[in-house]
Design a protein around this ligand. Structure first.
Ligand code: AMP
Ligand code: MG
Length: 509
């Protein structure tokens, strides 16, 4: 039975299709200098490509409701979201370490905010047309990059890593020029906020240009504090407390990235969420054969955003944010202390906890740090597939038996080196009298079987070019539960096939 929109409004408990005259939009309560109100250009003859049921549930919607043409038109940017008042926000930022000046939502439209069962979500279209911040860009997103952003947002959520979410992809036959001619798509993103480090840098820079602090800097800081970090208000220096909290959240986030082997690819300050969420998925990657120097973004020639550099780059970005907040904090030492107290302790503590969990350790031993360091040196020397190594380790028995370790040993050319490391790992487990069954259960919750490898996304993209979206749906189904065995998806846990070695992802999106 085809549902009508009236059925939906009556049966689905959601304010998304509400009779309210206007949706709330707390961001839009900021002065008009923060954004431009505009109507998205939309997509010609749009069709639904993919929906995330999990993201729909955040809004109190059933995923299948989005198949209605009415929703497709809204999420293509062709029809207003009832009660919505679209806007594009301004921000600036440092790109590849260089001040880039004004950027802004060049292809994003914030429609408004929806109160879901467990919180409020801003709804943002990406790729629905030009805005005053498009500069030389066409305001479009191609289907290829939209599929990558959609799948990775939902995969990260499945992994338990802070992230913006993706509700759906709407496609169209509209040609879009990148290196080749591709087709256009709009991905609908959800986040409590899309405010970036660069949003603050924007107003700080305007103040410097005009030789006087801009009131917007304080207005933005007050908005973020009051809406998302109200505890900071009670602090003797609320703005230093804001910086400390952002630093802490960023430390937690980057520790998750490092532990799971995620590489963002473009950690420019305009892509850093003020809420510590993974934001703006472009040329990201997941570590396969372990190499700390791996650069996932083909456009990043200097390796600024290589895997091993992500923590220091995040720290650098926090200093850019700290400089922007300095007129409010008033004291450089206080700002520096906020970053140092916030970032490194959160990073170190979270990373150590995650790696200990990946190794199956519970008790703390004096030489644990040395053991973890030597483990990463061992991975670097022998380059096994990062995800398969830890997943395989989870299944191994506490005591080696003939062939018990084959699945892990097969990831190594130098089997003797693998055996030697496994012996040290088992010694460490024995030192805490690790219970095998309990350890295995814990490790299987800490070591995902499935991550969004580039070759998996590429397969989904290739099929989607022929309007076959089944691979997107299956990958989504698998990646939303990455710690579960899901034997029907075992082929998604395989090493990359030979054809994938030539895959390159760049900033082109
Ligand atoms: P990104 O590299 O995707 O984080 O984008 C950096 C800046 O360029 C942001 O201001 C984007 O809105 C803008 N941008 C990227 N691609 C486009 C495009 N195709 N059209 C307009 N603006 C774009
Ligand atoms: Mg961006």
């Amino acid at each position: 039975m085809r549902m009508t929109s009236t059925d939906i409004t009556d049966t689905v408990q959601t304010p998304l299709w509400s009779k309210q005259p206007s949706l709330p939009n707390t961001f839009a309560r900021l002065p008009e200098t923060f954004y431009t109100r505009l109507t998205p250009a939309g997509l010609p003859s749009p069709y639904l490509v993919a929906v995330s049921d999990d993201a729909a549930h955040l809004l109190g919607l059933e995923g299948n409701a989005l198949a209605l043409q009415e929703f497709v038109d809204v999420f293509a940017g062709n029809q207003p979201l009832p009660g919505g008042a679209p806007l594009a926000a301004v921000y600036s930022g440092h790109q590849f370490g260089v001040w880039a000046g004004q950027l802004g939502d060049g292809r994003a439209h914030l429609l408004g905010e929806v109160q879901g069962p467990h919180g409020a979500w801003e709804i943002q279209l990406k790729g629905a047309g030009r805005t005053p911040y498009s500069r030389m860009g066409d305001g479009r997103a191609v289907l290829r990059s939209s599929i990558r952003e959609f799948l990775c947002s939902e995969a990260m959520a499945g992994l338990g890593i802070p992230t913006t979410r993706a509700l759906c992809i709407v496609g169209a036959d509209l040609p879009v020029r990148r290196e080749t001619i591709e087709t256009a798509a709009v991905v609908t993103r959800l986040s409590p906020s899309f405010v970036r480090f660069g949003s603050f840098e924007h107003w700080a820079a305007q103040g410097v240009n005009e030789n006087a602090p801009k009131p917007e800097l304080k207005q933005l800081a007050d908005y973020v504090i009051d809406t998302f970090m109200p505890e900071s208000r009670d602090h003797s220096s609320p703005y230093a407390s804001l910086l400390r909290e952002v630093s802490r959240r960023t430390g937690v986030l980057i520790a998750h990235w490092q532990a799971v082997g995620f590489m963002h690819g473009v950690m420019n300050t305009d892509n850093m969420s003020i809420l510590g969420l993974t934001l703006d998925y472009g040329p990201f990657g997941f570590m396969e054969a372990f190499d700390a120097a791996h650069i996932c973004n083909h456009s990043d020639h200097a390796g600024r955003y290589a895997y091993a550099r992500q923590p220091e780059v995040a720290h650098w970005n926090l200093y850019a944010l700290g400089s922007a907040l300095l007129p409010l904090i008033g004291d450089e030492d206080v700002a520096r202390a906020a970053i140092e107290e916030g970032f490194a302790p959160a990073y170190d503590e979270t990373f150590a906890a995650l790696i200990r969990a990946k190794l199956g350790l519970v008790a703390t031993h004096a030489n644990d740090e040395a053991f973890m360091t030597s483990t990463f040196a061992f991975l670097q020397a022998h380059r096994p597939d990062y995800t398969l190594f830890f997943r395989g380790l989870s299944h191994l028995p506490n005591q080696a038996a003939p062939h018990s370790d084959d699945a892990v040993r097969d990831l190594f050319i130098d089997r003797a080196a693998c055996d030697a490391w496994l012996a040290t790992w088992r010694d460490r487990l024995n030192a805490e009298q690790s219970n095998e069954a309990a350890r295995r259960t814990r490790m299987l919750r800490a070591n995902p079987k499935y991550v969004l490898r580039n070759w998996l996304a590429e397969n989904a993209i290739r099929k989607a070019r022929d309007k076959d979206y089944s691979e997107i749906a299956s990958l989504l189904q698998c990646l939303r539960r990455p710690y579960d065995e899901q034997p029907e998806f075992a082929h998604y846990a395989a090493l990359p096939p030979d054809w994938a070695s030539g895959l390159e992802v760049s900033c082109s999106s």
